[in-house]
Design a protein around this ligand. Structure first.
Ligand SMILES: NC(=O)C1=CN([C@@H]2O[C@H](COP(=O)(O)OP(=O)(O)OC[C@H]3O[C@@H](n4cnc5c(N)ncnc54)[C@H](OP(=O)(O)O)[C@@H]3O)[C@@H](O)[C@H]2O)C=CC1
Ligand SMILES: O=C(O)[C@H](O)COP(=O)(O)O
Length: 550
């Protein structure tokens, strides 16, 4: 019997379910059956003890440390995978190889660099199932989100296919952007004749160090790797510990595409042990860091610390957010409710762009809360394998942190729209109404399925709340009055304001940036390519001015 039919009949045997549940479970079975992490083309990346190797000088290697780091499955809370704990000496070797490879790579024609990126994109997409399997096991990403493209209003989430498309788009933009330079003529500046021609072009920085976060270990790695490589840099990846195995599989796709030895490498190990050594390494010419350590109370701690410790090199920091949704009286409340539920609770709120606070006009707040509660009641809660909407958060410490915010709000009088429920790392979705400024959750990022609602009486109050935050990543305004939306959008100190939609990073060619503690620099494919280059000029000095005579 074909596999799909077997899966379907097994499913029907075991459970009387709704069409929606059946579809979800069926997808989960398909993902499970086609999963091949560490096998097939990926056999070389794992050793005889099932420890995943690190990638250096074009080879898969075991660390001389003899130590491993275990990756705990957020759902089972048991060790799922083990990776190498790389040593400082291994980092040094990777940097040397990256330097040598980069010199050669910078001399490789742009079209060839683009060709290899297209190839890697294809291989990545072909191997989406094993990579998705890792995302399910390592970071409890629901299977549907991990394997294929899902586009909600405001939340785009498909790690592997999206990453392949991102690479192809980067290759295409790269050949255009980097294939052009500028010619400047001296006589436009006062006091000069036309005797100097300045030819400026974009050149690589050297070695780029990329450190992505757990919530997008593949996509937020690829969004750094692609632009770095097309621009002629080499790239050293330090994946998040939870997410390392998915990242190692992704790196193997680059290996299979045939990139030169040493150009890409992947060092595994705990950020707290190897991170400082890497970010302060003299060989590094650029750092692209993503994440914040949201349960460190102040948010942005690690990123801010790195930016203080790093040398005189370009930095791009993609840090935390407290994305606010402002809802005015005239907003379409059904649209708002859909966006709030998808934006606030997809991947259990573990997105930097998740809706993290709702600022709603008192006059429509009751109706809004009712609509959101009705939609929340339909969210499924359980395991990522079952494709549930709400899955366990990344770790016990994260769940404890979220619980701390909830308990603080309880003590200070917030209204619980649902009962607070937690089993292990699984936290049931919760809407907290009547949240006030003295509660921690009004300001801190839960990075979990818990959303505060603050009732406001004026637009001024909403803007004041947003601008009093340390963060400034994204925000939303819901209203039918476009003039008001623009005025409010302009007044909020955030990198992006969405009008009538929840915050979102994608599509990936849009600029994406955080103000204040939310980051340094702007992502998006074009901005990323430009960020990983510097300008070099050649000035031709003529002995006497020369003008075109026509
Ligand atoms: N603005 C944006 O674009 C984005 C922001 N985020 C933010 O990220 C946060 C969630 O990510 P989370 O993974 O918990 O953040 P963390 O800060 O805990 O970790 C992020 C990365 O930093 C590494 N790391 C830890 N310590 C160091 C160190 N001393 N030096 C160098 N690297 C180190 C981690 O490795 P290890 O896992 O081994 O500890 C991991 O790869 C949220 O606040 C979210 O808003 C997330 C995505 C995008
Ligand atoms: O870090 C994050 O969570 C992402 O950058 C957000 O991306 P998304 O809006 O596509 O989920």
């Amino acid at each position: 019997m074909p596999r799909l039919l077997v899966a379907r009949s097994e499913l029907l045997r075991t459970s009387p379910v709704s069409v929606e549940e059946e579809k979800r479970a069926l997808e989960a079975v398909v993902v499970k059956e086609s999963a091949m992490a560490g096998s097939g083309v990926f056999t070389h990346i794992v050793d005889e003890n099932q420890v995943f190797k690190y990638y250096a000088e074009g080879e898969w290697k075991k660390s001389a440390s003899g130590k491993t780091v275990s990756i705990v499955n957020p759902t089972t809370r048991k060790t799922q995978y083990n990776v190498q704990a790389c040593t400082q000496e291994e980092v040094n070797k990777v940097m040397e190889a990256a330097k040598a490879a980069q010199r050669q790579w910078a001399r490789t024609p742009l079209w060839k660099r683009a060709e290899l990126l297209h190839k890697a994109a294809e291989i990545l997409k072909e191997n989406k199932d094993p990579i998705a399997e890792c995302l399910v096991k390592e970071i409890a990403k629901p299977a549907k989100d991990a394997v294929t493209e899902i586009i909600y209003v405001g939340a785009v989430d498909f790690k592997v296919v999206r990453s392949g498309d991102l690479l192809s788009y980067t290759a295409e933009e790269g050949v255009r952007i980097l294939g052009e330079g500028k010619l400047l003529l001296s006589d436009s500046f006062p006091g000069n004749e036309r005797n100097k021609y300045c030819l400026s072009s974009k050149i690589p920085l050297g070695i780029v160090l990329a450190i992505p976060p757990f919530n997008y270990p593949v996509n937020l790695a690829v969004s750094k790797i692609g632009p770095a490589l097309i621009a002629g840099n080499s790239l050293v990846l330090k994946p998040p510990t939870q997410g390392s195995v998915a990242a190692l599989h992704m790196v193997h796709c680059f290996h299979l595409a045939g990139f030169p030895k040493g150009l890409i490498s992947c060092i595994t190990g705990k950020g707290s042990e190897i991170g400082d050594f890497m970010t302060m390494h003299p060989g590094v010419n650029c750092i692209r860091y993503c994440a914040a350590g949201h349960y460190s109370f102040t948010g942005g701690d690690t990123g801010i610390a790195i930016s203080k410790k790093a040398g005189m090199i370009p930095l791009q920091m993609e840090l935390g957010g407290k994305d606010a949704c402002i809802v005015l009286e005239d907003a379409d409340l059904d649209l708002v409710a859909t966006n709030i539920v998808q934006g606030g609770y997809s991947y259990s709120g573990q997105r930097c762009t998740a809706v993290k606070v709702v600022l709603i006009m008192e006059s429509v707040a009751d109706e809004f809360v009712e609509k959101v509660n009705a939609k929340m009641a339909k969210l499924s809660v359980g395991t990522p394998e079952e494709n549930c909407d709400i899955t366990p958060v990344i770790s016990e410490s994260s769940a404890n942190f979220i619980e701390g915010l909830v308990m603080d709000a309880k003590e200070k009088g917030a209204t619980f729209c649902q009962e607070y429920k937690r089993e292990g790392n699984l936290i049931w979705p919760l809407l907290l109404d009547h949240v006030r400024a003295n509660m921690r959750i009004a300001w801190e990022e839960p990075f979990g399925p818990v959303l505060p609602v603050i009732r406001i009486r004026s637009v001024k109050e909403a803007i004041h709340h947003c601008n009093a935050s340390n963060f400034g990543l994204q925000g939303s305004v819901f209203t039918k009055d476009i003039n008001k939306a623009i005025t409010i959008g302009d007044a909020i100190e955030s990198g992006t304001i969405q009008i009538n939609s929840a915050p979102a990073r994608g599509p990936d060619h849009f600029p994406f940036q955080g103000l204040k503690d939310s980051g340094i620099g702007s992502q998006g494919i074009v901005n990323s390519i430009n960020m990983m280059t510097k300008i070099k000029s050649l000035v031709i000095n003529l002995p006497s001015p020369s003008y075109t005579m026509g």
